[in-house]
Design a protein around this ligand. Sequence first.
Ligand code: UDP
Length: 374
Amino acid sequence: MATQIFMALGMNQTLGMASTGEGLQVLSPRHLRYHETWISRGNGMHFLVTGGAGYIGSHTVRALLQQGHSTTVLDDFSTGHRWATQGQAVIEVDLKDLGALRTALAGTTFDGVFHFAAKSLVAESNREPQLYYQNNVDGTAHLLTVALENGWNRCVLSSTAAVYGNPITDTLGEAHPKNPISVYGQTKLAMEHLLERTCADHPFSAVCLRYFNAAGAASDASLGEAHDPETHLIPTALKAAAGTGKPLTIFGDDYPTADGTCIRDYIHVEDLANAHLHAMNYLADHQGFIACNLGNGVGFSVKAVLAACEQAVGATIDYSIGARRKGDPATLVADATRAKDVLDWQPTHTTIEAIVASAWVWERTWEIHEDRRG
Ligand code: UDP
């Protein structure tokens, strides 16, 4: 079991040493406590993963499988991929359809629910607010209705730094005011409120994980980012370099930052996935509701990310400067102290070069994976 756990965390099997891809580091005693807790002891647990065919959901399924657990993936495949479900049981249902959801899940039990299924594009959300409220908020209400009907009592929710809106402090802690400036951020905040209320009124507990900028791909390149259309900076820059996507436009170079481009906190998708396991672990012996930020706590400008992409690719990447994108704050950097202290979580891919390098390996193996895409 110990070997399995170390593998799941990307660790060297030497006790207390973690291979981060950037040299070995000594693990803190706090980090080691993870190995003695519920999710690592309970080999063979079964979890529901809504949106498990998507980018972060599929990496979380992978992390659970690496720990000896199994999952049921619930997805409507509107943006997810069948190849990303990794042989797990699949329920194809639209969360907006409460009747179908009830029928599909009647009488089921799970050790916990990971709720990823949501629409997540800022620009699209501002164009189609009804779609986002129906999909994200109504969908979550339906999921929680079915959860209570079936007596499930634990949920880890995929949330976002977009709930904060424009920062009024250099780094964002969880207590920062929530004034989302996109419909996407509004719907995620409403999802959080719904879950918090459910925890207050019922024997139900939840952790909301507010991601900063998810990036990178599985270490073995078996999974990665595959959006259509692709809008995120790193895959857009790498596809431009590979000639498989559109040319890169930097959305504004007149922000109040050192080089004029937006600053974001990029966090590796495997670190995000592991945080979900730590959060579910936490719910084994904690009641109620808590929200935690997930980020590296370091910001990189668009131009700095582009430089890291050029280093990974070994060539310059052409770009043009375009207008600012609506709904983009100048800077978003996490204060992730709470996730480290409360969830015993530590990111392991801590440099932008390491994050981009894993994304580039995934992009380079596009042809190998193409048959899986659909
Ligand atoms: N960005 C950009 N060109 C692109 C995509 C993104 O300049 O083609 C910028 C975007 O304005 C933001 C940063 O890169 O400042 C990260 O954007 P992304 O869409 O990857 O993530 P978001 O911050 O919206 O979650």
